[in-house]
Write a protein that binds this ligand. Sequence first.
Ligand SMILES: Nc1ncnc2c1ncn2[C@@H]1O[C@H](COP(=O)(O)OP(=O)(O)OP(=O)(O)O)[C@@H](O)[C@H]1O
Length: 653
Amino acid sequence: MSTEQSTQAPTAAHTHAFQAEVRQLLHLVTHSLYSNRDIFLRELISNASDACDKLRFQAIDDPALMEGDADLRIRIAVDPEQRTLTISDNGIGMSLEDAVEHLGTIAKSGTREFMQKLGDKQKPDAALIGQFGVGFYSGFMVADRITVESRKAGMAEGEGVRWVSDGTGEFTVETIARAKRGTDVILHLRADADDTPHEDKIDKYLRVWTLKDLIGKYSDHISLPIEMRKERWDAEQSKYVATDEWEQINSAAALWTRSKSDITEEQYLEFYKQLSGDGNPPLRWTHNRVEGRSEYTQLLYIPAKAPMDLWDRQQKAGVKLYVKRVFITDDAESLMPTYLRFVRGVIDSADLPLNVSREMLQESRDVRAIREGSVKRVLSMLEDMAGSDDQAERDKYAAFWGEFGAVLKEGFGEDFANRERLAKLLRAVSTHSESDTPNVSLADYVSRMKEGQKAIYYITAETPKIARSSPQLEIFRKKGIEVLLLTDRVDEWMLGFLHEFDGKPLQSVARGAVDLSEVKGAEDEAEKKDEAAQSEDHKALIERFKAALGERVQDVRISERLVDSPACLVATDDGMSTHLARLLKQAGRDEMPASKPVLEINPEHVLIKRVVADAAHADDLAQVVFDQALLAEGGQLDDPAAYVRRVNALLAH
Ligand SMILES: Nc1ncnc2c1ncn2[C@@H]1O[C@H](COP(=O)(O)OP(=O)(O)OP(=O)(O)O)[C@@H](O)[C@H]1O
């Protein structure tokens, strides 16, 4: 910065407008969250704690940042006369640019998307809002003005910043002189209306014992000391008055470092909320101290609800890495594979060096051991729920699968070592039940297989409804053979890795030829046809179709799987399924040429018989039969107009 600028800057306060999403968020914060205002304290303490974590981490490489004051702590002070509540930390602090950027915009993509989704709804459900942290802005639930004074560690005394806003449209920033590193967030509490019920009065946040109570409830697990001024009884004034001495309010032992028996369920739940910003209680958690070659503590939670950014693979991993209680990063993908990105928690290693770099994280054997250990724990939690004797636990698993099943499926390609465990956790929709909720496991399927049935049959489609109406299922339905209906986008990809279960191959009903001859079924004998007599007729029929369809098909054959429909499309054994070809096209992957389908026809069907009987319209009929087979499986016609023309010609005839 030039001298000219630095002498000018302190005098001018600049006004900035909040980003539109922040304005919207502020509106919500001040209008809708009225019922649980207490959380503002937890949010601000959490920010202060993060700021100290960041400083501690940066100071590993640059100890001068500590400026001789390495006792990081958070202080809460009240001034009843001025009606202010101040949350101070001696953490990393903010520069003027930081303040404009961080306290004027919303950086988290999930929150931003959420705000956009809410649109103009002024009164959304408070539980919904509770799902994500409103962070700093929650201060405006209780304050009609917030002043933030800060100086970034390592910057000069004259380079502090004051940020002020009344939480409507704008804020101002100016440069100030500030000797102390770190941040003071000063809340100018709103005045209560006379008719505010006692328990809702904002005044309560000026009372020391209320604050102590809230810190105990929401922030006890924060690993830094949270201090308030000691009070002394003043007989003359007959009230408590603050002294100059500070006392520690919380236990300041990071929750995961305590022994399990000292932690209540409520504390685990509260910690989860703080860690994840998710207002829904988690489904399960696991807390272990692992000893042996690699020593670490893990506290891992399985959430009940998917966050908005679940599909954003760029999102930070959900597990925070600490080394000997020092926060290192919340961006360590190497700790958890991508297919478990929904897991939230903390891993605290006793072995890694404090200045561990990103590259080291990727290569370290310790990290690999931690990762393997954590994956095992998560899969065990899921197995416990899925295989529990208790219906409530199994319901929890079903809920989990509904939220995260499609993500877990990515594991088949990502985690070869655990493929079998993942296969047991898989749930699918099935022709065996009417429910479109995936609740059939491969083990259930195998236990119901018919005598002589060799494969586990499935079909992929866009929706269960389309899958259920597929002509390819007809023969399976008739013979009472169960078929799994796989309708997640990731399924085709997953099936590239999942070839068998319990020694039984997985086989698509829409691929290759079906051979159900060995499956025991009552109708089979009666169905045996005089094959020799039919084969000549069939040959002619097939030739007709081939001549009409030319390049559109790879082959035409008599179907073994159709009962009621005239025709269906199937892939060759090694060809790409038409469903996958469509998915790739939707994803803009046109360069993958779809392999041409095989048309299977049902010679017993009246339309197919007409192709033989009505030579004049045989071509049109064959084309229409093909197009309809494509439509029936949710495909799109290349030339819909030609299809309509042909159908009309046939109808008019
Ligand atoms: N006490 C503080 N010291 C330093 N920086 C702070 C402090 N409080 C807030 N900030 C900065 O402002 C940013 C925005 O804070 P805010 O609480 O809105 O969101 P967040 O902390 O990123 O997310 P969330 O609170 O939902 O976890 C923070 O990311 C941080 O960069």
